[in-house]
Design a protein around this ligand. Structure first.
Ligand SMILES: *[C@@H]1O[C@H](CO)[C@@H](O)[C@H](O)[C@H]1NC(C)=O
Length: 206
């Protein structure tokens, strides 16, 4: 019962939330290969919309989100919305072979979920094999329209997504979002690390 309480509270929030000011945020993520030139070499990687990091998702608390993922890569792929609570939509969480079958090459799938009762700086990333090393981006949930930030309103926001590479592979990445207010600098940071078989052979981090 104790474990059920947060879920019940969330459910209550979901049911009473005003829907009038919620918007539908629609994105299309095309997963495919792109060339990058870094560390004195050109490499083909898999990325979203030809961008590394991938596109930022920017929504307001309570919005509905629909992301159509078109898989033009030769690999199975899924996307995990890291930190999104997925209230009532566990099937949209993204772990490959856990909450869904992967999106196979030349097919597509639309993730649909809402972000009620949540604000903050999150991120999304592939949740299938090594693709998570290059298939990622920021997921920013701002306060509901008309609501204040829980800290002094920033004058400017600068999402910074950090990626680490050794010579021939990408080993880790993190998302750092700096919110610059007149009085304070706050940031949130998430990171993950993947093993790199060439790390020992003198790769340079950047
Ligand atoms: C790709 O995903 C399908 C299910 O969607 C699965 O049957 C198949 O084994 C997967 N292929 C690989 C190489 O993991």
């Amino acid at each position: 019962m104790v474990q059920l309480l947060p879920a019940l509270v969330a459910l209550a929030l979901l049911l009473v939330r005003p829907v009038a000011d919620a918007a539908m945020a629609k994105y299309t993520f095309t997963v495919g290969s792109m060339q990058i030139s870094q560390l004195c070499s050109s490499t083909s990687i898999i990325a979203v919309n030809g961008q590394l990091p991938g596109p930022s998702i920017e929504v307001n608390e309570g919005d509905d989100v629909a992301v159509k993922v078109v898989n033009n890569s030769p690999y199975n792929v899924t996307i995990h919305w890291h930190g999104v609570l997925q209230l009532m939509t566990p099937w949209a969480d993204g772990p490959s072979m856990v909450t869904q079958c992967p999106i196979q090459p030349s097919s597509s799938y639309t993730y649909r979920f809402s972000v009620p009762g949540q604000e903050g700086t999150l991120w999304w990333h592939a949740h299938s094999s090594f693709l998570r090393a290059t298939v990622y981006g920021a997921f920013i949930i701002r306060p509901r329209r008309g609501n204040a930030y829980p800290f002094p309103a920033p004058d400017k926001e600068v999402p910074i997504v950090l990626g680490n590479r050794c010579r021939s592979c990408i080993v880790s990445h993190s998302l750092l979002v700096i919110e610059d207010t007149k009085k304070s600098l706050t940031f949130s940071c998430l990171w993950m690390r993947l093993s790199c078989h060439e790390q020992a052979s003198g790769g340079t981090a950047m």
